[in-house]
Ligand binder design. Structure first.
Ligand SMILES: [Zn+2]
Length: 338
């Protein structure tokens, strides 16, 4: 009897996990880094970035714990959006605990990235994937995953030049705009940017893309179309998250992966909350530098004090486009209609 239980229990758990017909997105707290777990109705999984490499394995432990709770022993994909510390920097450590069938990245590091980061984060990642199954993506590629359509819209400093299906309208809202001139000494502009579709639900995640790369996606034509959910870029820094991008793609909801003192800039709060049709911004942390009037009400913030308990924000999307966002700190949740 005992042996039977041991055999049956895992099967029951698997069927419970895969029973829901939802696309679930877990935005984990890595204190201003990025780590997002995605699961599909048929049980496929993706991890986007792996937080920071730290001596105490803080982010590795957080991701492993979340993955274990979801019964994930191997990811179908791990995406290293770009070769900065808080994105690709911890992928080799995390993958030593939970590997992936395929590793996705944008290919060669941008030439303008600083030498220290190339040595500390790019080279170790490249050594790590040398004997793994690797997919270097370029704009226009699709990542095959059951139930989802995942389109690469930017990668390696380049953007799609053809509109996504149903998009491509001239950008009349911003008729006289010029391309912003922003560069940095990191690999941010190389970020792999992905548009996810699950039925009629659409989510855009550009990782740490900067404003010029955003501009190329929506000007002179809106190549993206409208989205339901926008993963706030680059932890809420204003060198990303341009008004032209956000007010053109018009998200209903946005989720910001800021740290207590990283990202979360006041200007980004203003751009988001003034966007036509925008309903709610959810934050991983209270943004200390933005001030009380910019931060959203506490129920929309996963972590309000520092040090925090690393609570996450979960999004559960349905094929009709409806989706529910949950703050795991207080179980406050809100459902958005298609
Ligand atoms: Zn980052």
């Amino acid at each position: 009897m005992k042996a039977l239980f041991i055999c049956v229990l895992p099967l029951l758990l698997v069927s419970v996990v895969s029973a829901a017909d939802t696309f679930d997105i877990y935005v984990l707290d890595t204190e201003g880094g990025k780590a997002v777990i995605l699961t599909t109705p048929q049980g496929q999984t993706m991890l986007i970035d792996a937080g920071y490499p730290t001596r105490n394995d803080r982010d590795t432990n957080r991701i492993v714990e979340a993955a274990q709770a979801l019964k994930i022993k191997e990811f179908d994909y791990i995406v290293a959006t770009h070769y900065d510390a808080d994105h690709a920097g911890n992928v080799p450590n995390l993958a030593a605990r939970i590997p992936a069938k395929v590793y996705i990245d944008h290919g060669e590091v941008l030439p303008g990235a600083n030498e220290r980061d190339k040595k500390n984060f790019y080279e170790p990642y490249i050594n790590f994937v040398a004997d793994k199954k690797r997919m270097k993506v370029k704009p226009g590629d699709e990542i095959p995953m059951k139930d989802l359509k995942i389109m690469v819209v930017s990668s390696g400093g380049k953007a799609i030049t053809e509109p996504l299906p149903g998009a491509g309208q001239p950008n009349e809202l911003f008729a006289d705009t010029t391309r912003p001139d922003i560069t940095d000494v990191y690999d941010n502009a190389g970020s792999v940017g992905l548009l996810f579709e699950f039925g009629s639900f659409r989510m855009l995640d550009l990782a740490d893309q900067l404003q010029p790369g955003e501009y190329d996606l929506v000007y002179p034509n809106n190549l993206i179309g409208k989205v339901d959910l926008f993963m706030v870029s680059h932890h809420g820094f204003k060198v990303s998250n341009s008004k032209i991008l956000i007010h053109t793609i018009r998200p209903k909801v946005a989720v910001m992966n800021n740290g207590p003192r990283k990202g979360g800039e006041a200007e980004v709060f203003d751009v988001l909350t003034s966007s036509p049709g925008f309903e709610d911004l959810w934050q991983l942390h209270y943004a200390e530098r933005a001030g009380k009037e910019k931060n959203r009400p506490e129920q929309f913030i996963a972590n309000i004090e520092s040090p925090c308990q690393a609570k996450m924000i979960k999004i559960s999307a349905q094929r009709d486009g409806a989706f529910t966002v949950t703050n795991t700190r207080n179980d406050f949740s809100k459902t958005y209609k298609p």
